[in-house]
Design a protein around this ligand. Structure first.
Ligand code: LLP
Length: 465
């Protein structure tokens, strides 16, 4: 079932109450309990007030696995994959940069999605998970010859071409004498399918670091300057590849489908006369991070895109798909931390320091992203106190939640949680201050499976010569 807007604004009901969507979309007061739509689908408040996800008490998980800890609701990810496949059809790809490990690669593949990989590392993890190469799409604005050769060798389903240099490299690698060696899995007669990545010249209102559709960008070929048409001509002349479509990605965390519509219109006008069988509109569907936010659904995004493409004169037979990343995994996960230090600065603020920080979630520092916080021991409680949640790293910018509303009795030793951390958290984690990365656990039907173990300092030392 696709989520609907009415799923979005309900605070968590009290103990024993069934978690249900609210029909009301009124903004909640700042001290309200965490809104339901920010939690994984299977989240439930037990009679003792504890939050359970996938039938597992989060505090029990912490007892077993420690903190910090990423907890993913498997059913939630599966449901989002199904929504994406229902909205877009076959060919819709999960953007693995949002979060990739073998377990999630297997899961999204099982649910019928292709996988977008943009480096040799992502390609190899997806292959190691057993995803058939034909279900992989290779991206990247600076693919090396090694990466292209590995993709050709594996026989990936699509390559999205991003530059004239890459066209040169592809030409060399698919040249007749080189072919038998480089087209291993594909066989000598099958040509690799490629799409051309274009920039539609659309500026979305999201953080400038994650805007990609405007003219001033390192990605793709500009439609306005004529580079995109030149790239199409160059690819049509390459005997070793088959140009099957046009691709664009305008940016990430887009909450207004109007931007997708605008981009689809420009893309449709460019692609219609080419009469290629495929159009991919990239990813970018935003998610709600804060109590008051609402996000469009996969279906709303797909409908708006299709409508705009049709108005631009595109052949209705064209396979139009997308590459959602964040919207598949973001609200599937919660990060659990342990509170270690609380400093009350009279007249200034209260600092609550946890045992992770910018190394497991760099998004607040990088993009000024906002998050909510709550206590899994009393998940439905009002959050009347305002504190700044910070990490353990050696800089002032190490802030996880600038102004977090938390229950007034929050204390040292508490487990504190931030929801909606499933996308671009673990995948952008670092070892700053030699802090090992947290483990990732999948929960489902009352059981928990560690899918990525906790890193250790020994792991870090192993790299040293
Ligand atoms: N397709 C392409 C070609 C992309 O570059 C991206 C994301 C996606 C699909 C998936 O976009 P999504 O549906 O996840 O928005 N680190 C940033 C986000 C960077 C997105 C990069 N490209 C963040 O944490 O907000």
């Amino acid at each position: 079932m696709p989520t609907t807007r009415s799923d979005h604004e309900a605070p968590i009901p009290g103990p024993g109450t069934e978690l249900r969507a609210s029909a009301s979309a009124d903004a909640a007061p700042p001290d309200a309990p965490l809104a339901r739509h920010l939690l994984p689908d299977t989240a439930d408040v037990a009679s003792d007030g504890h939050l359970h996800v996938g039938g597992v008490d989060l505090l029990d998980l912490v007892e077993q696995l420690g903190t910090p800890l990423f907890v993913y609701d498997e059913a939630h990810v599966r449901r989002r994959c199904r929504e994406a496949v229902a909205a877009w059809g076959d060919g819709v790809a999960y953007a693995t940069k949002a979060f990739l490990c073998k377990a999630v690669a297997r899961l999204v593949h099982e649910e019928g999605m292709c996988l977008d990989v943009s480096t040799l590392g992502e390609l190899r993890v997806a292959l190691a998970a057993g995803v058939p190469p034909s279900r992989l799409v290779l991206h990247g604005n600076n693919k090396s010859e090694e990466e292209l050769a590995a993709a050709l060798d594996a026989g990936v389903g699509r390559i999205v071409v991003d530059s004239f240099d890459e066209i040169g490299r592809l030409g060399k690698l698919t040249d007749a004498p080189a072919r038998p060696a480089n087209l291993g899995a594909m066989g000598p007669t099958q040509r690799p399918k490629v799409l051309v990545r274009v920039t539609p010249g659309v500026e979305v209102h999201t953080h400038e670091f994650v805007r990609t559709g405007q003219e001033d960008t390192k990605f793709g070929f500009s439609i306005a300057s004529g580079a995109a048409s030149k790239a199409v001509a160059a690819l049509e002349l390459l005997p070793g590849v088959e140009l099957v479509g046009v691709h664009a990605h305008i940016g990430s965390q887009v909450l207004d489908v109007g931007h997708f519509e605008e981009a689809a219109r420009v893309l449709g006008e460019f692609a219609a006369p080419l009469q290629l069988p495929e159009l991919v509109v990239g990813g970018g569907l935003g998610v709600a991070y804060l109590n008051g936010e609402v996000a469009p659904t996969q279906q709303e995004w797909a409908d708006a895109t299709r409508h705009a493409c049709a108005s631009a004169g595109m052949d209705p037979e064209t396979r139009i798909t997308a590459e959602p990343g964040r919207s598949i995994v973001a609200s599937a996960a919660i990060t659990l931390y342990r509170v270690g230090t609380i400093k009350d600065l009279p007249g200034i603020r209260t600092y609550v320091a946890v045992d992770g920080g910018m190394s497991d979630n760099p998004r607040p520092v990088l993009y000024g992203s906002g998050y909510e916080a709550f206590l899994p021991r009393k998940a439905a409680a009002a959050r009347t106190k305002v504190v700044r949640v910070v990490g353990k790293h050696c800089e002032t910018g190490d802030v996880l939640v600038d102004e977090a509303h938390v229950p007034a009795d929050l204390a040292v030793g508490d487990v504190l949680a931030t929801p909606v951390t499933g996308a671009y958290g673990y995948s952008m984690a670092s070892n700053y201050n030699k802090v090992p990365r947290p483990p990732v656990v999948f929960v489902r039907d009352g059981s928990a499976t560690v899918v990525v173990r906790r890193e250790t300092v020994e792991d870090l030392l192993r790299l040293e010569c």
